[in-house]
Design a protein around this ligand. Structure first.
Ligand code: NAP
Ligand code: ZN
Length: 347
């Protein structure tokens, strides 16, 4: 079946309205009429070939919410009319140790990404900047009634990518957590860490967004452009979540960790990050990474957000405004997630 989409035709291309093919419903598939899709910085890295070659036309989008319109013959979890979401993955092997544990994002065969992957049917996957998507039911999330579909969309990537490491490294009461970068992921990290009971500090390039950071739940906000920040906060944090989309001097930030503290990288710049061994060994510090979260954990995160009233700050745009929104993301001028109203794409 056909779906309307917005895609880029090359690394430098602006968005074009295109028509794409979605597969016929398989027995375990769900057809979703997409209503909203968030704009993640990963969409930009990927579409512009920063992480490796991709095929064009390229349709990004992995923060998808909508309503089920049809289900395959063997689907048991969803029915037409259900409010659902899809994040960064649409399939995995289902058999390896990681998949069986619910860590499909770490599938040893490699998970199938919502866009830019070849799926089990041999088709190149296309993401949520489109009107419809067909997804295997096991990779579809239920959106709790308390969450509006527009605000739920960014939770499917920005939400889970920050929730998962906060849980894994046990952010909670008595823990000092710092978040580097107050963008899409960063602002969710602040809200989620605060909701988990941690003490939150924002480390941003400047103090431009300080009022916002404090309103979102941080108790402190520092500019990383000021060398005094690194002196004042030395040895302060149990956990630092780095959400920055560009290369930053990791060694300087490791100095802000306590003994046994961890700096977890979720930002995915194409350039390597440099670490001085002494910044780690002198205080038994950890430098780690984390990738989105499993399906079960994503559902847990959605339910947590519904129960704690945690939702992103969004700016809703039409399909014709995607190019301009991407430029603003690249200038760190996003407050704090763009969400495309997919109804503006329907013919
Ligand atoms: P975003 O909204 O653009 O936020 C990134 C923030 O980083 C900016 O708002 C800015 O915050 C800061 N920043 C940007 N350029 C910087 C620079 N040159 N130096 C210092 N700070 C800078 O991006 P996002 O959507 O949150 O995504 C962030 C990164 O996470 C991307 O690389 C994305 O690909 C990656 N990601 C990873 C996963 C995963 O599973 N690990 C999942 C999703 C996304 P300030 O203005 O406050 O400084
Ligand atoms: Zn993303």
């Amino acid at each position: 079946m056909k779906a309307q989409a917005r895609g880029v035709l090359s690394k430098e291309s602006p968005f074009h309205a295109i028509e794409i093919e979605r597969r016929e419903l398989q027995p375990d598939d769900v057809l979703i009429e997409i209503q909203y899709c968030g704009i993640c910085h990963s969409d930009i890295h990927a579409a512009r070939g920063e992480w490796g070659e991709v095929r064009y036309p390229f349709v990004p989008g992995h923060e998808i919410t909508g309503v089920v319109s049809r289900v395959g013959t063997q689907v048991t979890k969803f029915k037409p009319g259900d409010r659902v979401g899809v994040g960064c993955m649409v399939d995995s092997c289902g058999e390896c140790e990681n998949c069986r544990r619910g860590d499909e994002q770490y599938c040893v065969q490699g998970n199938i990404q919502t866009y830019g992957s070849v799926d089990r049917y041999g088709q190149y996957t296309m993401g949520g900047y489109s009107t419809h998507i067909v997804v295997k039911e096991d990779f579809v999330l239920r959106i709790p009634d308390a969450l509006p579909l527009d605000k739920a969309a960014p939770l499917l990537c920005a939400g889970i990518t920050t929730y998962s490491p906060l849980r894994h490294w046990q952010a909670g009461p008595g823990k000092e957590v710092a978040v580097i970068g107050l963008g899409g992921l960063g602002h969710m990290a602040v809200k989620l860490a605060k909701a988990m009971g941690a003490e939150v500090t924002v480390l941003s390039q400047s103090l431009r967004k300080k009022e916002d950071g404090l309103r979102l739940g941080a108790k402190a906000y520092h500019a990383t452009s000021d060398p005094e920040t690194f002196r004042q906060l030395a040895g302060r944090f149990d956990l630092i979540i780095n959400t920055v989309s560009a290369q930053i001097p990791i060694t300087a930030y490791l100095g802000l960790l306590k003994t046994d503290g961890a700096l977890v990288n979720v930002g995915a710049p194409p350039e390597p990050l440099e670490v001085n061994a002494f910044a780690l060994i002198t205080q038994r510090r950890t430098f780690a990474g984390s990738c989105i979260g499993g399906i079960r954990e994503t559902q847990e995160m959605l339910d947590f957000c519904a129960n704690h009233g945690v939702t992103p700050e969004i700016e809703t745009i039409s399909a014709d405004e995607i190019d301009a929104a991407w430029e603003r993301v690249l200038k760190s001028d996003v407050r704090y997630r763009f969400v495309i109203d997919i109804s503006t794409m329907r013919k």
